[in-house]
Design a protein around this ligand. Structure first.
Ligand SMILES: Cc1cc2nc3c(=O)[nH]c(=O)nc-3n(C[C@H](O)[C@H](O)[C@H](O)COP(=O)(O)OP(=O)(O)OC[C@H]3O[C@@H](n4cnc5c(N)ncnc54)[C@H](O)[C@@H]3O)c2cc1C
Length: 412
């Protein structure tokens, strides 16, 4: 039984509200502080919540609320630039959805509403700038001059985490993958009368761009693309370049592909374009906690969007941290156990996503080799038993955290 009674959670994205709800379920009174003036403000875009993320949300009874705003994806179909089918993940008659696609701002709002309805007090417009360990507790100081105190503080403040910098000023910073991202969700016209892809999302390893799309039953088209960058660019610089310029670069990049991509891209309205700029990733940082402060979500590791796991891992972190705080006597022991339960899994996911990014940015020779070997490699990788460690991952909320589980997951 923990001596921790109260927690401040900084960051109201995905990890933050889930951590606050999980901590409350573990008997710790948690309150949430978010820099934006309300929920779901900031970068939009579609994200996929993987089955393991849905399992973790289910432990807090949040899965149905997320499903209500989601589009289920039954399978991922991988294609080469020639339109040849290289592999398929999922889609068997008995297979559950391979992911639930949600808008990032919508899912944040749903989680914020759920947190509020469960008694989590959330304060908006609170940008954390400093921390003070008083010996008896931790105090958070915000840019507006206000402060708040508790026994512990959970940093859920995303890839550019202030909490991370405060607990370790030399912590590594996010790195660029060399790919930029564009996305959109377009009305029927963009599909050019295309028929529904029947719940499948097509992923084309194109000649010069990775292009993914899904046509819904009502004819709308959701899509995203990754291209190697004209030059390294922050998201602000990329946005400043303008939608017309990006669309013409994308048109050029998919021009030779013998897939649906050229046609879909030709029909995209610049007003519907979401420009993200350089995709970034952050390998798990060396220090996940210090004193009374601990990190969750992208504050400690952003595995790059190629993993499709950022949100799901953020939710798993939140649940495991709450279990550790519930079951271990003090914060130091709980934080250490939490890191041991999580570090190996996060490292493996990050490494696999990096490998996928290299495939997306492949040059002409690597592309030929990739397209030749992918069907065979995928045949092995898509076997359910090969994916079980990732998509089938289940946290046992009721089980007490103990040495056996820690040994099994940390490999120590
Ligand atoms: C283009 C793109 C595509 C993606 N695709 C996927 C996908 O398919 N699947 C997937 O699982 N994930 C995907 N992700 C990643 C996913 O969005 C993140 O993993 C997820 O949002 C992480 O949640 P988080 O709560 O850790 O961070 P965030 O959602 O970034 O939330 C952090 C919050 O902290 C707040 N904050 C920051 N600094 C402070 C401060 N000093 N004080 C107070 N508050 C602060 C921010 O305003 C924000 O609300 C994608 C990301 C991008 C950019």
């Amino acid at each position: 039984m923990t001596e921790v009674r109260t927690a401040l959670v900084v960051g109201g994205g995905i990890a933050g509200p889930v951590a606050a709800m999980a901590l409350r379920r573990a008997g710790i009174e948690a309150s949430l502080y978010e820099a934006h003036t309300g929920p779901g403000i900031g970068l939009g875009g579609m994200i996929g919540i993987a089955p393991n993320g849905m399992n973790a949300l289910g432990l807090l009874g949040l899965d149905d609320a997320v499903r209500d705003i989601a589009t289920p994806i039954s399978s991922f179909v991988m294609q080469s630039w020639t339109g040849k089918r290289l592999a398929q993940f999922g889609g068997g008659p008995a297979d559950p959805p391979i992911a639930q696609m949600v808008w990032r701002d919508e899912v944040q709002k749903v989680l914020a509403d759920e947190a509020a309805s469960r008694g989590v007090k959330t304060s908006y417009g609170k940008r954390l700038v400093r921390l003070q360990d008083t010996g008896a507790g931790i105090t958070a100081l915000f840019a507006d001059g206000s402060r708040a105190g508790a026994d512990i503080l959970v940093g859920a403040d995303g890839i550019r985490s202030m909490v991370r910098s405060l607990i370790d000023p030399s912590a590594p910073q996010p790195q660029r993958t060399g790919l930029n991202a564009l996305a959109g969700f377009a009305a029927t016209a963009a599909g050019g009368g295309r028929v529904s892809t029947g719940g499948s999302m097509y992923m084309t390893q194109g000649k010069r761009a990775f292009f993914s799309y899904q046509v819904l039953d009502d004819g709308r088209v959701g899509w995203f693309a990754n291209m190697t960058q004209p030059r390294p660019m922050s998201s602000a610089e990329a946005v400043a370049m303008g939608a017309d310029k990006w669309l013409s670069l994308l048109r050029e990049a998919v021009a030779d592909d013998r897939t649906a991509a050229p046609d879909i891209v030709r029909r995209i309205d610049p007003a519907d374009l979401l420009i993200f700029g350089a995709l970034e990733y952050l390998p798990p940082v060396p220090h996940w906690h210090r004193g009374r402060v601990v990190l969750v979500g992208e504050a400690l590791n952003a595995p790059s969007n190629s993993s499709g796991q950022g949100a799901s891992q953020a939710v798993e972190d939140a649940i495991q941290l709450a279990r550790c705080l519930r079951d271990l006597p003090d914060a130091a022991g709980a934080f250490s156990a939490y890191e041991q339960l999580r570090r190996n899994r996060r490292t493996r996911i990050t490494e696999e996503a990096e490998h996928r990014n290299q495939n997306k940015a492949a040059g002409p020779i690597a592309r030929v080799l990739r397209d030749m070997t992918m069907p065979m490699v995928m045949k092995i990788l898509t076997k359910p038993e090969k994916q079980a460690w990732l998509a089938g991952y289940q946290i046992d909320w009721d089980a007490k955290v103990g040495p056996e589980e820690i040994r099994a997951l940390s490999g120590k």
